[in-house]
Design a protein around this ligand. Structure first.
Ligand SMILES: [Zn+2]
Length: 556
């Protein structure tokens, strides 16, 4: 009997899509440790190292490289999913305020909104924070005083789906020391009543931070205990990597990730590239840390800068005012500050990820980058612009010319098209203009990459890909609106979820496709999502297994 080498595994499947031009389709893959040693077609003999190995026959419609979500918020995701995790009886003592998260994503009227809160009032202890959010429509929001009637003694803090505006009651305002004489913070706005003094309870952008700061954070150790559950959840959807784009001070989650990787590497099942805020980056640079530092599991990523707000909160920075007002949205940091940061980051070889949604915001960022001609970064990472919801063709060309990767979230297309039609109809042709990004991207060799922005949207890659190829909602029963030039092909969308994000992270040599020398990160799907004709296959397909470095981390 031949003795089996535990470090070697031979995987076989009739359809292994490699996303490599030299061998687009393979039927077997020999893995040594966490890395692919050899691959081949049926006709190719196995290398001698495979002698005596029992092949692992992968069951399902096709094998693909594992998905990398290019834009998500891990910290917020954990907070949001604590209630779900609790059902799994994780043995963690949680602060009371984190036991519930009220979901308003399906609430469509003010009455239903208040009714949901009323139910919550019966079960929560006095003084606890009432947290939640998820709405897309500002029109359904109650006034602060209506919240006070239900919650006179609890602070309430709820956030819209985009996380760019929040609703609070008087208790929360009191704790945050916001009253009629408080000035709007830089990059934020406190909505006021008709006389212009008393806060209505609605807070925009940086004004939300004044409340956020008052909510007790989870101890690092508890975060580290919750992370494996979050990672397992992602593995279920075929996710093997994320680019985390946290908005708040990042130190907390980065430390929790490091702790987990050190203490319990077996449970660390999603590779993380972590962006940092300007403040955190300064701290790290000062102690000699550099971008790209880390290993294939956990790495320092981009400097994340949020330039404007969101369309949903009506804070995206536009060229033309929003209806019935002279208001054109928010610059959360001034153009001159962004310019200084870009200049300094380029000088220090720090990769940038700049959030810009409105057409004015994307235009200004393009102009600033064009001024400084960014070079290729020594860490191999690429500068990137996040969201790019509305951008003129010339702006997209200018960004591509400066070498800036486009990081977009197609799952928002249906709701963004709706908002654009009512708020900025002249921009409809320039909303999520992916064809311009792909075409100029080819010309200047910059990629388009996809993310979900979870927990802003569901984490589901196949739903996101469905929206990218149909520009429609993945909710079953909603008929796709018909293809146009901005619909990606399925291959383009899959590459934007695998090989392209790896390249933007400077990890193209080890991640994102399947070939000898790369990490054996792959998934098995129930259907062949590249071959089957109907796009609906993306909604029917399920992840049957997820492998990280050759090890099965999820089996459906
Ligand atoms: Zn985001």
């Amino acid at each position: 009997m031949v003795k089996e080498n535990p470090l070697l595994k031979l995987f076989v499947h009739p359809k292994i899509y490699t996303l490599e031009d030299s061998l687009p389709m393979a039927q077997w893959m020999l893995v040594q440790g966490s890395t692919i040693l050899a691959m081949g077609q049926e006709k190719d003999p196995y290398p001698k190292e495979a002698n005596g190995l029992d092949p692992v026959e992968l069951q399902g419609g096709c094998v693909l490289p594992g998905f990398i979500d290019s834009h998500c918020h891990l910290h917020q995701y954990i907070y949001r999913h604590i209630p779900l995790m609790q059902n799994k009886k994780i043995n963690v003592a949680l602060p009371d305020s984190y036991k519930y998260w009220l979901d308003f994503s399906k609430v469509e009227s003010k009455e239903a909104f208040l009714e949901k809160l009323q139910k919550e009032a019966l079960s929560s202890k006095q003084g606890e924070w009432i947290l939640g959010g998820g709405w897309n429509n500002l029109e359904i929001l109650p006034h602060r005083e209506e919240l006070d009637r239900i919650f006179p003694y609890h602070p309430v803090f709820l956030k819209d789906a985009s996380l760019h505006s929040g609703l609070v009651n008087s208790q929360a305002l009191k704790l945050a020391e916001i009253n009629e004489s408080t000035h709007d913070p830089i990059g934020g706005r406190i909505d006021r009543d008709a006389q212009g003094f008393m806060p209505t309870g609605l807070l925009f952008e940086q004004a939300m931070n004044m409340v956020q700061k008052k909510i007790p954070t989870l101890p690092q150790k508890i975060l580290a205990l919750l992370l494996p559950e979050a990672m397992k959840y992602m593995n279920q959807y075929g996710i093997v990597g994320i680019h985390d784009m946290e908005n708040f001070d990042y130190y907390e989650i980065f430390s929790a990730l490091s702790w987990l990787l050190f203490q319990n590497p077996e449970e660390f099942t999603v590779r993380c590239l972590c962006s940092l805020t300007l403040e955190s980056w300064q701290k790290y640079l000062d102690i000699g840390k550099t971008p790209g530092m880390g290993n294939e599991m956990l790495r320092f990523g981009h400097l994340k800068l949020i330039y404007d707000g969101s369309l949903g909160a009506r804070t995206a920075y536009m060229n033309k005012p929003y209806p019935l007002s002279a208001y054109r949205g928010e610059e959360l940091v001034s153009r001159s500050e962004v310019r200084n940061t870009v200049k300094e980051a380029i000088r220090r070889n720090v990769p940038l990820a700049i959030h810009a949604i409105g057409d004015r915001a994307t235009q200004n960022i393009a102009e600033i980058f064009a001024e400084f001609h960014p070079n290729r970064l020594p860490c191999g990472m690429m500068h990137r612009i996040e969201h790019v919801q509305a951008a003129e063709t010339s702006v997209i060309e200018s960004l591509a010319k400066s070498g800036i990767a486009f990081s977009v979230q197609p799952i928002h297309i249906p709701s963004d098209l709706k908002s654009t039609a009512s708020l900025q109809p002249h921009l409809l042709a320039h909303t999520h203009a992916y064809r311009d990004m792909i075409d100029f991207g080819k010309q200047y060799n910059v990629p388009l990459i996809l993310g979900t922005d979870f927990p802003v949207a569901p984490i589901h890659p196949l739903w996101n890909i469905y929206s990218a190829v149909t520009r429609s909602s993945p909710v079953k029963g909603i008929k796709p609106s018909g293809k146009d030039k901005n619909c990606l092909t399925r291959k383009e969308a899959i590459e934007a979820y695998t090989s392209k994000p790896a390249r933007v992270a400077g990890e193209g040599a080890i991640k994102g496709s399947l070939c000898p020398g790369k990490l054996a990160d792959f998934i098995v799907l129930s259907h062949d999502i590249l071959q089957e004709e109907d796009d609906a296959v993306l909604l029917d397909a399920k992840t049957k297994a997820t492998y990280l470095g050759g090890k099965c981390v999820y089996q459906g």
